[in-house]
Design a protein around this ligand. Structure first.
Ligand SMILES: Nc1ncnc2c1ncn2[C@@H]1O[C@H](COP(=O)(O)OP(=O)(O)O)[C@@H](O)[C@H]1O
Ligand SMILES: N[C@@H](CCC(=O)OP(=O)(O)O)C(=O)O
Length: 393
């Protein structure tokens, strides 16, 4: 897809940015963003989901996507929709009941999204995740591949926690933190957390009317955690989980903005660089953060030996490692683990996350990508190690 310059896109997207030429100092124009919408946004503060809010959201997402920005939507609301359907009062908060409400509400929420996004020609994909899916490297890769495939095919992934199976040990617990994990999962440049308040305040404005909004948080300190309080009755976690999310996402290399979901054209305006809400600049590049993650857990005795052509393609061409270039596979490793990649002269040249377990890679080494499926009976794609999952040494 053709990428316009930051300035052109900013001006096309936002009349305000155009009027004032407002592109303040910040990250480069984002190519991939995660937008998180909380229950309080979707219900507009009432007891049921506010349909016009979803229409406005779809309209904005369609506009931003048409400018070439890839979007993953993380949406709460299943419990609220379940409550609405079964007429349950908001004060009941016990876990099995909430799980039941989420089970009732999730499909209805998706149905609503499907109907509304269809009006804008956008196909949506339900993606339900738990912490377990993101902690295990194999499942992490599966989730990542699915989300990236959605983006590649112009499908809008709509992520929620899989509340029905998510009990305390495996659940993220709130969609703010889930949105940060998703930001990391897809290497997004920007996480936009939309809520019912226009940013982080010096104290919870519901309790302290003299609180003022903080426009920029250069660093997330203990003090920032201390001023973030709990949620209102429908939300989960309040400002505290948003700060945790901002902390995680900024360390993963994304910029984070917390803004009011009901603000007119908020997504386009934030993407265009307008100063709305509270901004948390990225604390690392996402390449640095990904490298750290890749190198964190290398399988000790793994050796994937590659031929001269593959070694050159990796080191000077920045290419992915294909099974065709693999000459030997030593050790035992699972799909999703970080393996060591060697040249035939014994030099370790790279480390990377393998798409294939050792047993499978042994069977497809030296083969063309088109032969993977016929040999294994399945394939996870043409790469043994994708270049985005590789650190050259
Ligand atoms: N320091 C703070 N600044 C802004 N809002 C705060 C702060 N502390 C607590 N809050 C509360 O956090 C709420 C938003 O979180 P939450 O209710 O969980 O919303 P959501 O459903 O969007 O996740 C706000 O309505 C506000 O009352
Ligand atoms: N997974 C739950 C939402 C959990 C959550 O974090 O809610 P919120 O604080 O409103 O973003 C649901 O779909 O209702």
């Amino acid at each position: 897809m053709q990428r316009l310059s930051a300035h052109t896109r900013a001006c096309a997207l936002s009349p305000l940015a155009r009027a004032s030429c407002l592109i303040p100092e910040r990250m480069a124009y984002p190519n991939r963003i995660v937008v998180k919408v909380g229950t309080n946004v979707l219900t507009a503060g009432a007891d049921k989901v506010h349909r016009p809010t979803i229409v406005a959201l779809a309209q904005q997402i369609a506009a931003v996507r048409s400018q070439g920005v890839e979007i993953v939507l993380v949406s709460s609301g299943a419990i609220a929709v379940g409550r609405e359907r079964l007429n349950f009062p908001a004060r009941r908060r016990d876990i099995p009941l909430k799980q039941m409400l989420a089970a009732v509400g999730q499909s209805r929420l998706m149905h609503l999204y499907e109907q509304i996004f269809e009006l804008y020609g956008i196909t949506v994909a339900q993606t339900l995740l738990t912490r377990g899916d993101l902690a295990d490297r194999n499942r992490y890769l599966n989730a990542r591949n699915t989300l990236l495939a959605c983006l590649m095919h112009n499908v809008l992934p709509i992520v929620n926690e899989n509340d029905v199976v998510a009990v305390s040990e495996i659940r993220v617990g709130d969609n703010d933190n889930l949105s940060a994990l998703v930001t990391n999962l897809v290497d997004a440049d920007l996480l936009l957390i939309l809520t019912d308040i226009d940013g982080l305040y010096t104290a919870d404005p519901r309790r302290d009317p003299s609180a003022t909004r903080i426009d920029l948080v250069p660093e997330i300190t203990e003090h920032i955690y201390a001023i973030a309080g709990g949620s209102n009755i429908r939300g989960t976690g309040g400002m505290l989980t948003k700060i945790q999310a901002a902390d995680l996402a900024t360390r993963s290399g994304a910029e984070v903005v917390i803004a009011r979901g009901a603000e007119r054209d908020v997504i386009a305006r934030v993407v265009a660089g307008e100063a709305i809400g509270t901004r948390f600049p990225a604390q690392a590049t996402n390449v640095e953060s990904r490298k750290r993650w890749i190198l964190a857990e290398t399988v000790r005795h793994s050796r994937v030996v590659v031929d001269e052509g593959a070694a050159r393609a990796l080191m000077t061409g920045g290419k992915s490692l294909l099974p065709a270039g693999v000459v030997a596979v030593e050790g035992d490793f699972a799909r999703g683990q970080t393996v060591r990649i060697y040249a035939t002269d014994g030099r370790e040249i790279a480390r990377g996350i393998t798409q294939y377990a050792a047993v499978d890679l042994r069977r497809i080494r030296g083969l063309q990508s088109s032969q993977i499926a016929e040999t294994l009976g399945f394939d996870y794609g043409p790469e043994a190690v994708h270049r985005d999952d590789m650190v050259l040494l």
